[in-house]
Design a protein around this ligand. Structure first.
Ligand code: FDA
Length: 384
């Protein structure tokens, strides 16, 4: 009999295992992967953006906007910086609060080593079949037999990026315990162009530019045209608020007074003058679509106003997202209403905990999701 069974040895599960074991709890973490922390290893393209020093409740999408506050204050970004320093892992500050490690794999391995050193046990390459509570004890059935524990922590993440072992087991198990799962969908995901803009995206594949996306999708940063639509940090962030049928209003030249900028080159062809503000191929495409030909001085006031509007509120109506296989995170998940925000324990089922991405908590791009995994895993680890 274990004190704590943790399902999933990812970012949240590893942190939770370390904390439980450090409290002297006999802890077993189970995972179907052969190595723990698969997503940490691939995060940030191998250069894990492990936290954001500005992380606060407003950086998360959750049906209860206050839910993340307690866990974030119990285990802060600076606690993880301490962890990095203790393990001699260099920290790179990339601005806007984003802290990176050049060695994502080393971060995962340090977490694993710490948990083992504290005495946590791991059952890897194991298939979890079911989990239930019997006479006040949790029982997990696997392809290697049954395990019992006084507490059970669900830390199996969500279905985003199945290539790294993600699955929808978490909601299936949670629902069997009578917990509600809010509809899940891909988040931090590229958006696929509709028929109208698909040719443009194909033609501009690889071109990127700084943009600002208007509310309610509010995001800022680079937009990258791809073969199927748009991606890049601004688009990934905007995808968190995007819903089917909605149109993004994209400012292709943030903070630029287009009329004034164009007025500086009255004799220049409009498309060439515009190429001073935008990637050349995009400038050419906009001019063809808007019918803005000839020298800048030949444009009427009305045409200039239309040109300005086309640049500052370019409309993009996605046909959909690129799906879970291209999504960094899962939106939705187990409803936080069922849990204490301080301990992550289910209010109606003592001993049952839920942490990380499996919960209906999704961070913006920039290190917020891993911070949530560390913080929620830590909070549960203090009580489970
Ligand atoms: P996580 O997915 O880490 O762990 C879940 C564990 O459960 C895994 O070990 C998995 O194998 C296991 N599991 C799942 N199903 C199972 C089953 N059926 N049976 C047994 N075990 C099962 N975030 C960030 O802040 N900065 C970044 O740079 C990045 N970069 C990034 C890149 C890419 C490509 C992706 C896909 C994601 C990111 N993220 C990120 C997001 C971040 O990786 C993610 O939010 C956290 O890893 C979530 O931590 P969890 O522990 O909740 O789930």
């Amino acid at each position: 009999m274990f004190d704590v069974l943790i399902l999933g040895a990812g970012a949240a599960g590893l942190t939770c295992a370390r904390e439980c074991a450090a409290r002297g709890r006999r802890t077993l973490a189970l995972d179907h992967a052969g190595v723990p922390g698969a997503k940490i290893r691939i995060s940030g393209g191998g250069k894990c953006n492990f936290t954001n020093t500005g992380a606060s409740a407003r950086d998360y999408v959750c049906s209860n906007p206050h839910f993340v506050k307690s866990a974030l204050s119990q285990y802060t970004p600076w606690d993880f910086v301490d962890f990095m320093q203790r393990h001699g892992l260099p920290v790179r500050d990339m601005g806007r609060g984003m802290l990176f490690s050049d060695k994502a794999k080393a971060v995962a391995e340090a977490l694993y080593r710490d948990a083992l050193a504290m005495g946590a046990e791991f059952a890897l390459n194991i298939a979890i079949r079911s989990a239930k509570m019997e006479n006040g004890v949790f029982r997990v059935d696997t392809d290697r037999g049954a395990f019992s524990g006084r507490s059970l922590v669900l830390a199996v993440g969500g279905p985003a990026w199945p290539q790294a072992g993600a699955s929808s087991l978490g909601c299936t198990l949670a629902e069997r315990f009578g917990l509600r799962c809010l509809e899940t969908r891909p988040g931090l995901v590229p958006l696929v162009a509709g028929q109208d803009l698909a040719p443009l995206c194909r033609e501009l594949t690889g071109v990127s530019l700084p943009v600002r996306i208007a509310p309610p999708h509010s995001a800022e940063g680079a937009l990258l045209f791809t073969h199927h639509g748009v991606s890049g940090p601004a688009v990934l962030d905007a995808s968190l608020a995007w819903r089917e049928g909605r149109t993004l209003s994209i400012d292709l030249a943030p903070d630029v007074d287009v009329v004034e900028a164009m007025g500086k080159s009255p004799r220049m062809e409009v498309r060439n003058a515009l190429a001073g503000l935008l990637p050349k191929r995009l400038a050419g495409w906009l001019c063809t679509r808007g019918g803005w030909e000839g020298p800048v001085a030949g444009l009427s006031r009305k045409q200039l106003t239309a040109l300005e509007a086309a640049l500052h509120s370019f409309e993009f109506t996605p046909r959909g997202t690129a799906g879970y296989s291209k999504a960094e995170v899962t939106l939705g998940g187990v409803d936080t209403d069922h849990f204490s925000s301080k301990t992550m324990e289910a209010k109606q089922i003592p001993g049952l905990y839920c942490v990380g991405e499996l919960l209906d908590v999704t961070g913006r791009l920039g290190g917020y999701n891993l911070q949530w995994a560390w913080s929620s895993g830590y909070a549960a680890g203090r009580w489970a």
